[in-house]
Design a protein around this ligand. Structure first.
Ligand SMILES: NC(=O)c1ccc[n+]([C@@H]2O[C@H](COP(=O)([O-])OP(=O)(O)OC[C@H]3O[C@@H](n4cnc5c(N)ncnc54)[C@H](OP(=O)(O)O)[C@@H]3O)[C@@H](O)[C@H]2O)c1
Length: 343
């Protein structure tokens, strides 16, 4: 192969992102300079945050410029190196972007040991989504055995691990997921006590009534991944001194579903009168916890106590379709693109 194929931001989305906002380009494979190495990308992670990077809006991270390669976490193989610490053949993970080949100076790159776990897990359960689940549950929500937790996007990259860790902690665990298949999987495979199909509920009131039926004791912790109808259904069911780990709000990322929001005065009154702890968190602030996270969750993945599900699409050219599908809930497990063969 002599050309690198990449997906670039072609236009800023107006509302929901579309295929026209992303374009495939071919360029010569980059040549590593002194202190750099060349990586062949094997796995590309597709994550909801990437939708935010397409907007030119003030946020916690700089947006992608029009014409630039979309940002993204990857696993790859070093093909050539002028870097003292990276050798040809090593498997590494880093933010190489939506591309087949990239050069790196090693900043933010970590070596992987393929003997410990399939290398793709470095982008999911043992990577950014995994530590997000673990930090959100333990450090942000301070979840305790015996409590009741609701997890939205319950079978996804983050939610799927939150539910399993909460169960292992001795909590009563309820999931909210899109569709009967995901709900069955949550209960039968991931060990959730209950899972409700939010797409089957016509509105937040109906979904909230179902939550009250299966959890009459109320909700102590809400692991919030979506906003929208789910948030409006769960918030009124929170117990006094409950905690909301505000991780994401994917239902609103394209500016859609705003009519599903509760009025702000009602939200505020609920937070006040129930004395709720609501904490938003961005995982970049918590990466110092990575060694502790890996120490606890790594063995659970290795011995099968944690079930891992990946939703794999082949070929960098198919990344845009897989990404848009994930934003609408079409993924089932951690969304990955297999960009090249995994040795
Ligand atoms: N704060 C942080 O640092 C941080 C880090 C990582 C991720 N996150 C956030 O965590 C959330 C989950 O991320 P992930 O990587 O684990 O993705 P994911 O759950 O694997 O995939 C996204 C899921 O969101 C759900 N969804 C999409 N639109 C929805 C809607 N309108 N209503 C309800 N659910 C909807 C779908 O699940 P269903 O089909 O089950 O509805 C979809 O499968 C996202 O909001 C993401 O931005 C935050």
């Amino acid at each position: 192969m002599t050309t690198a194929r990449s997906i670039r931001l072609a236009a800023r989305p107006k509302g929901l992102a579309t295929l026209k906002d992303l374009s495939l380009t071919e360029d010569p494979i980059p040549v590593p300079g002194p202190g750099q190495f060349l990586v062949r990308v094997i796995w590309l992670s597709l994550d909801p945050y990437m939708r935010g990077r397409m907007d030119d809006a003030k946020s916690y991270a700089k947006p992608v410029d029009i014409g630039d390669i979309m940002q993204g976490g990857c696993v790859g193989e070093v093909l050539a190196s002028h870097h003292p610490h990276y050798a040809r053949g090593e498997i590494v993970t880093g933010a190489f972007g939506w591309t087949t080949h990239a050069v790196s100076d090693g900043e933010g790159v970590r070596k992987l040991d393929p003997r410990l776990a399939p290398v793709s897990t470095a982008l999911g359960v043992l990577g950014m989504p995994g530590i997000t689940a673990w930090v959100g549950l333990n450090d942000i929500a301070a979840a305790k055995p015996g409590e009741t937790i609701v997890v939205s996007a319950a079978t996804g990259a983050v939610g799927g691990l939150v539910g399993q860790l909460a169960k292992a902690k001795g909590m009563t665990v309820m999931g909210l997921a899109g569709g009967a298949d995901k709900c069955a999987y949550a209960c039968e495979v991931l060990g959730y006590d209950h899972c409700l199909d939010h797409r089957a509920a016509p509105d937040a009131r109906t979904l909230g009534a179902r939550i009250a039926e299966v959890a009459p004791q109320g909700v102590d912790v809400y692991f919030e991944n979506v906003g929208g109808k789910s948030l409006s259904a769960v918030l009124p069911r929170m117990n006094v001194h409950g905690r909301v780990a505000l991780c994401g709000m994917i239902a609103w990322y394209g500016g859609q579903n705003l009519d599903e929001a509760l009025p702000l005065p009602l939200v505020w009154r609920t937070v006040l009168t129930r004395r709720l702890g609501v904490q938003g968190f961005i995982i970049f602030d918590h990466f110092h916890r990575f060694p502790d996270f890996l120490k606890e969750v790594g063995p659970m993945v290795a011995d099968g106590r944690i079930v891992v599900r990946e939703d794999v699409t082949d070929g960098i050219e198919n990344a845009p379709v897989a990404f848009l599908r994930m934003l609408e809930g079409g993924n089932f497990g951690k969304t990955l693109v297999r960009v090249g063969p995994d040795p």
